[in-house]
Design a protein around this ligand. Structure first.
Ligand code: HEC
Ligand code: HEC
Length: 361
């Protein structure tokens, strides 16, 4: 799929349906919104699910919720098993998951600073340099696929990647399981939650549960979507209007403002020819499908936490948000724009980042 999605699902008919939902518990609405996307077109389902949830959340604001927007609010909470998530949180921060005991998931996904590592590309065990920029883990479970090239279907399947990669954590599952059995706490904590104790599926399940809990609701932009007109200033509102009118929203859309389709990077200009030194990681989705049309195609990244996750792009070459926006104008839209417009768009993007107790204040 290399064409921007049509905006149909946000049309008036469905939006109306979302405004007067049949009585249903918030829990049902939320689980629809956060179900790991696995079917084709699920991005739309996801968006619609969140749309339905919106009707329920709107009550706390005086203004009318904005239901016809191509961006939907993030779910305010997700259904996770709190004990499993707490166990997953320990594992996420545990360097024993890596071969030499130096690296944890948090080494490359530092939650306090936005869920990424702030480097151009990641560094793994024994100082090995990675090939690609580390995306944030916040809201990752809402992306339709995992990784820049979408090679993992969800945040549980994804875990085999970093754990076993020789340039990330470099571990073998049997060693990892054995190390965790030596711990004072893990054997009991696993046993209490999983009858078959510590093993690969259960470790993955617990970490996955924690990662699913990492959503960032209640951003200023979401408050505005829910009807609070004062949540954004005029410049930010203008930035959002430009984000739509320039067509950014045809790729960055839905609750995650991205994360629901693949797109070729450099559709209108040839980014890679100019940058040179093409690596395997630059081939993107092609590495998964072998389809020539997928060369340089990537999952459109979510912009939800972009305020916190410099540097940008899969190769980490854009140092600031403004640099990334410049690259988008040049390579995705093939057009010029006044600095004022670009800066207003950056101001808008900064309003997308919401709250999490994991983030430092
Ligand atoms: C050495 C650094 C490093 C470590 C350690 C690491 N990651 Fe990552 N993570 C990355 C990079 C780089 C990517 C992007 C890889 C790609 O797309 O090919 C990534 C991608 C992800 C994604 C996909 C996000 C998305 O939107 O596509 C998730 C989720 C994730 N990591 C979670 C974890 C978890 C859980 C662990 C621990 C088991 C972990 N990571 C360990 C660097 C790391
Ligand atoms: C044709 C689809 C498409 C359009 C249109 C588009 N983008 Fe993107 N955007 C992408 C893809 C694909 C990437 C990832 C490229 C890469 O890293 O190689 C991306 C990356 C980004 C990033 C970097 C995110 C990160 O975490 O690294 C930002 C910021 C961004 N886009 C903003 C915008 C803005 C603002 C516009 C409008 C001016 C826009 N995009 C238009 C597809 C698109």
């Amino acid at each position: 799929m290399h064409r921007p999605l049509l905006m149909r699902p946000f049309g008036p008919r469905r939006a109306r349906a979302g405004r007067h939902p049949a009585p249903r518990s918030a829990r049902t609405a939320r689980s629809t919104a956060t179900r790991p996307p696995s079917r084709t077109g699920i991005g739309l389902g996801l968006v619609l699910g969140v749309g339905l949830g919106l009707g329920l959340a709107a009550a706390s604001f005086a203004g009318e919720p904005r239901l016809n927007e191509p961006i939907r609010p993030l779910p305010e909470s997700v259904d996770v098993n709190p004990e499993k998530a707490a166990l997953g949180r320990m594992l996420f921060h545990d360097t024993r998951l890596s071969k030499d005991g130096t690296i944890s998931c948090a080494s490359c996904h530092d939650l306090a600073s936005g869920g990424d590592d702030g480097r151009r590309v990641s560094t793994g065990v024994e100082g090995a340099e990675g090939m690609i920029n580390s995306p944030t883990v916040f809201n990752a479970s809402l992306n339709f696929k995992q990784f820049w090239d979408g090679r993992a279907k969800d945040v549980v399947e994804q875990i085999d990647g970093p754990l076993q990669s020789p340039i990330e954590m470099g571990s073998l599952w049997p060693e990892t399981v054995a190390k965790l059995y030596e711990d004072d706490e893990y054997p009991q904590r696993f046993q209490a939650l999983y009858p078959d104790g510590i093993n690969r599926p259960n470790i993955k399940d617990a970490i996955g549960e924690f990662v699913r809990s990492l959503v960032t609701p209640n951003s200023r932009f979401d408050q505005w979507l829910k009807g609070d007109d004062s949540a954004l200033d005029e410049r930010e509102k203008h930035g959002y209007a430009l984000f739509k009118s320039y067509g950014c929203v045809s790729c960055h859309q839905g609750a995650n403002v991205g994360g629901n389709m693949f797109q070729v990077f450099g559709v209108l200009n040839e980014y890679f020819k100019r940058r040179g030194n093409i690596t395997e990681a630059d081939l993107g989705r092609y590495n998964v499908t072998g389809n020539i049309a997928d060369r340089h195609s990537f999952k459109v990244p979510s912009l939800r936490m972009a305020a916190h996750t410099a540097p940008y792009l899969h190769d980490g070459t854009a140092e600031t948000l403004r640099d990334a926006v410049d690259a988008m104008f040049e390579f995705q839209l093939g057009r010029e724009a006044p600095d004022d417009d670009k800066d207003a768009i950056v101001a808008f993007i900064r309003t997308l980042a919401g709250e999490s107790e994991e983030l430092s204040p």
